[in-house]
Design a protein. Structure first.
Length: 84
């Protein structure tokens, strides 16, 4: 019984370590994709230049700044994140 419990504990520890490594990396990549999407949309709207497009650019820029802040927060919580 002790060996089974030890094996289960080791397996759970390995899974926890894996997710501790993978989650921040996946989250960082997701936020980076979101920022790139905002940048692309800003460029497209900037080419048109209508008043409605300019207003939309302001809204998207605020969202982009929020995503950049999330990325900075994630990087400060995991300083070695960019090395992965």
């Amino acid at each position: 019984m002790g060996a089974v419990l030890s094996a289960v504990t080791s397996a759970l520890s390995a899974v926890a370590s894996y997710y501790k490594f993978v989650f921040p990396v996946k989250e960082m990549r997701s936020i980076q994709r979101e920022i790139h999407k905002y940048e692309d949309e800003i460029h497209i709207l900037g080419d048109r230049g209508t008043p409605a497009d300019k207003l939309r650019i302001e809204v998207i820029s605020k969202r982009k700044r929020g995503a950049e802040e999330q990325l900075r927060t994630l990087r400060s919580a995991y300083p070695d994140l960019d090395k992965r």
